[in-house]
Design a protein around this ligand. Structure first.
Ligand code: C2E
Ligand code: CA
Length: 404
């Protein structure tokens, strides 16, 4: 068993090393009660202990022992006239005598299981299984290659135009992440965004996306492109764990763009997270002046009263609903209901994944304000965007020419 005292460092840092030492002595003493006579207890180093159990006949016996260990250590500990609570994470690895395994591997397996127990929320235990090392290795290689990708500039942004139904002009372009992998070629985000989120690297890559999109907008503006907004996808992890408000402020000021020309898209499932915090961050972002939208709307993760309280400018209807509107009555009814809701709240409506003229016509009738999808423009490289924007701006140029 690999036993780790959670929050030991906190005690050490806040109450001093002598308190930390005392804590370890108390833990060591308490650990002796649940184990059997003949079992061996070691201090492994720092706040880690190991227990070697021999003659284990079944896992129930081990589990009972682990539970007792966790319970004993959960009792308040008196340190310097104060009561301190610690929790414990335990990893267990078994060796039947048949596998080809040495003691170092056995301990390292127990350590991997302990790490798992910690990640699962502390104050618990996990048995080792061989997938843990594979997963740990996979995680490590994935993290390393993302870090390399950032350093080597392998991430790219493509941009997809969004059109106004009324003027036919491009109102915004959505930044879509791509990974130009040296061996595997261009990779789309559905293959790796979840890995970035799991590894926590989404905060770094997300900041890169924000900065790059803002800088790109400035470049287009300097090149004389008619003004459009740039919209950036923000995942729940970024909103909750990165200081997104600071990141946005930095990106805007470094690129020297008008905050109103930046839009942030939040996935609808974000709203199952800490509602108060989401609202607070959104209000701060709104104060900066950026536009906010809810992406992939239509599956109802949250009550409408909550929607009303959010400072939202746009709702983007999920492409799954848009795809169905020409054939499926239910999808058309849903789109109309969302449109009514949006209009009553003064929120603009964007349809995603528009792929044919039939959908365009129906969406116009449903009072959608903006359209996005292959029918109006595919995600394109930055250099192609001014041409796309200019092509859609022709009616205005003609009108101006006629007026003169
Ligand atoms: P999304 O926000 O829903 O982005 C739209 C996706 O639909 C894009 O896929 C786009 O290429 C695709 N698409 C656009 N028009 C059509 C159409 O007419 N038909 C169909 N079938 N598909 C269409 P992409 O670029 O692969 O992005 C996938 C998702 O990855 C995005 O979905 C977004 O959730 C996420 N993502 C992309 N870039 C970023 C980023 O920088 N940060 C974060 N957090 N997520 C990102
Ligand atoms: Ca989006």
């Amino acid at each position: 068993m690999f036993i780790d005292v959670d929050r030991f460092k906190l005690v050490n840092d806040s109450m001093g090393h002598d308190a930390g030492d005392e804590l370890l002595r108390i833990v060591a003493k308490r650990l002796q009660y649940p184990i059997r006579k003949g079992d061996q207890l070691f201090r492994w180093g720092g706040d880690e202990f190991t227990v070697l159990l021999e003659n284990v006949t079944d896992t129930n016996m081990v589990e009972n022992m682990v539970r007792r260990i966790i319970d004993t250590l959960a009792e308040p500990i008196k340190l310097k006239e104060r009561e301190v609570l610690v929790t414990t994470s335990v990893g267990i690895a078994m060796y039947s005598g048949e596998e080809d395994l040495n003691s170092v591997q056995l301990i390292s397996n127990a350590d991997a299981a302990m790490y798992r127990a910690k990640r699962a929320g502390r104050n618990g235990y996990k048995f080792y299984d061989s997938a843990m090392n594979d997963k740990a290795f996979e995680r490590l290689t994935v993290e390393t290659s993302f870090k390399q990708a950032l350093r080597n500039g392998e991430f790219r942004l493509y941009y997809q135009p969004r059109l106004s139904v009324f003027s036919g002009k491009v109102t915004a372009v959505e930044a879509l992440l791509r990974w130009q992998h040296p061996q595997h070629g261009l990779i789309t985000p559905d293959k790796f965004i979840h890995l970035l989120e799991d590894s926590g690297l989404i905060t770094e890559v997300g900041e890169w996306v924000l900065k790059s999109a803002c800088k790109q907008l400035k470049k287009w503006q300097l090149a004389g492109m008619p003004s459009v907004r740039v919209s950036v996808n923000v995942s729940a992890k970024q909103l909750l764990f990165a200081n997104i408000v600071d990141q946005v402020n930095r990106a805007i000021s470094e690129a020297n763009i008008d905050p109103h020309s930046l839009e942030l898209e939040f996935a609808e499932n974000l709203f199952v997270e800490d509602k108060k915090r989401v609202l607070q961050v959104m209000r701060q972002l709104k104060e900066i002046g950026v536009a906010l939208s809810i992406d992939d709307f239509g599956f109802g993760y949250w009550p409408l009263s909550y929607l009303q309280s959010l400072p939202i400018d746009y709702i983007k209807i999920s492409h799954e609903i848009v795809h169905g509107i020409t054939e499926n009555k239910g999808d058309l009814v849903t789109t109309r209901a969302i449109a009514r809701l949006a209009h009553s709240m003064n929120i603009r409506l964007v349809a995603k994944g528009v792929e044919n003229q039939g959908q365009v016509e129906l969406l116009k009738k449903t009072c959608c304000h903006e359209l996005q999808g292959y029918q109006v423009g595919k995600p394109s490289k930055p250099m192609q965007i001014p041409l796309i924007v200019a092509a859609r701006d022709v009616p205005r140029v003609r009108k101006l020419a006629l007026l003169q």
